[in-house]
Design a binder for this molecule. Structure first.
Ligand code: NAD
Ligand code: MG
Length: 396
């Protein structure tokens, strides 16, 4: 029986993770759960999974949760704020920590958990985008391990040899005959929309993903393909890849979750339903296979599978992310911060869809980007990039 700490327990990934834990009661128990403010969902988690410790980022939510648990005669230690979350992340009680907080808020808890030498099941790609190098330095120093939860990276992971699976971050792809990582993405809800109509797309349209059900931020990132850009950066760090080793392919059906092509001409892919429970089960169970609760994939019903090259005019965020990846960690920090601010402002109706890429592009071209060598410097640059994005948005 392995204990699991779940960071971001009430979100889309958090809920799917709980489903996998529920289906494997002899293998996993929930040690702790962390979320932002969804009290009722947390009460439900305590009722069904009996974690010993829970934390809410918002102090008022933690106070309400405490009362609600007392009313229901449920027991869990309730902590609050960033301090409480870090306390849980680094308590060292769980050998597996699932990192599913959305955005930059996930980074500090991840870095705290790494220090315990645990396995990080990583959904929060923003952490690698912000601090891939520092993350792997700490990971090695504390003998911690990372396993990808992002479906594409899980697919790539599953298509690579065991030697590489055991040495993520420092592996040598070419030594094992890998020629290319083929990173697939659906192209989102606007893949075929006439370009001149993109200026009119609404929040509702942008968060209606054709294949995947996800949280609002990543849904918008999928529409702009910033998500694929962040995943390009994530793949670079996880698989220690060169830029030329990774190619983005649009695959509208989301059946092939990504592929690895080898020097002998073989291409290995992982396929299945677009259901995050599969990559979550792969990460929790590794190296064993465990049930995930997803239905069997039916090739006879899937229809034809197609592939196309991304159109960078339609997806400027994708090229901005790839260029930032080439420029270095400082540029990817600014990119991620600007994107988070822009997406939040799009979601609350302050800016239009096409403004998202413009804001990111302007932040990247106007920021001066000094070298970052510590987590404090990462957060400092992140904060300055957010400020710059807010100023640009104020003028729209
Ligand atoms: P979501 O918005 O559905 O859930 C986010 C979770 O983080 C919630 O539990 C929320 O309470 C918590 N949270 C937010 N801010 C917090 C804070 N400051 N402190 C503590 N907790 C906080 O998001 P999601 O779609 O589940 O995505 C989570 C992460 O997983 C993201 O980094 C995303 O890129 C990645 N991811 C998601 C999917 C997917 O299918 N949803 C796929 C691949 C990767
Ligand atoms: Mg993904």
């Amino acid at each position: 029986m392995r204990k699991v700490t779940l960071l971001g327990a009430t979100g889309s990934i958090g809920t799917s993770t709980l489903e996998v834990i529920r289906l494997n009661p002899d293998k996993f128990s929930l040690h702790a759960a962390v979320a932002s403010a969804s009290v009722e969902k947390m009460v439900e988690i305590v009722r069904n999974f009996h974690p010993q410790r829970v934390a809410m980022a918002k102090a008022e939510a933690a106070a309400v949760l405490k009362r609600r648990l007392q009313d229901e005669k449920l027991y869990a230690e309730v902590l609050s704020g960033e301090e409480g979350i870090l306390d849980i992340a680094q308590d060292g009680e769980a050998p597996i920590v699932v990192a599913a907080i959305v955005g930059a808020a996930g980074l500090k808890p991840i870095m705290a958990a790494v220090k315990t030498g645990c396995i990080i099941a990583l959904a929060n790609k923003e952490a690698l985008v912000m601090s891939g190098k520092l993350f792997f330095k700490e990971l090695l120093a504390h003998h911690a391990k990372v396993l990808p939860v992002d479906s594409e990276h899980s697919a790539i992971f599953q298509s690579l040899p065991y030697e590489i699976q055991r040495s993520l971050g420092t592996c040598n792809l070419h030594k094992y005959g890998v020629k290319k990582i083929l990173l697939t993405g659906s192209g989102g809800p606007f893949r075929t929309k006439p370009l001149d109509e993109l200026k009119n797309v609404t929040v509702k349209m942008a968060i209606s993903h054709p294949n995947w059900s996800m949280g609002p931020k990543i849904s918008v990132d999928s529409a702009t393909m910033m998500n694929k850009g962040l995943e390009f950066i994530e793949a670079k760090y996880l698989f220690n890849a060169d830029f030329d080793d990774i190619e983005v392919l649009i695959h509208p059906q989301s059946v092939v979750h990504s592929m690895v092509s080898y020097c002998d001409g073989a291409v290995i892919s992982q396929m299945g339903n677009p259901d995050m429970k599969t990559p979550i089960a792969v990460a929790l169970g590794f190296p064993e296979r465990i049930v995930s609760g997803t239905s069997d994939f039916d090739f006879l019903k899937s229809g034809p599978l197609s592939f196309e090259a991304p159109d960078f005019k339609r997806y400027p965020c994708l090229s901005l992310a790839i260029e930032a990846c080439k420029a270095g960690q400082e540029a990817t920090i600014a990119l991620n911060a600007a994107n988070e601010v822009a997406v939040a402002n799009f979601l609350n109706g302050r800016i239009g869809y096409l403004n998202i890429s413009n804001v990111v592009s302007e932040v990247l071209s106007s920021m001066n980007l000094p070298k970052v060598t510590s987590l404090d410097e990462v957060f400092d640059l992140d904060a300055r990039s957010r400020e710059c994005a807010r100023k640009i948005i104020a003028e729209i």
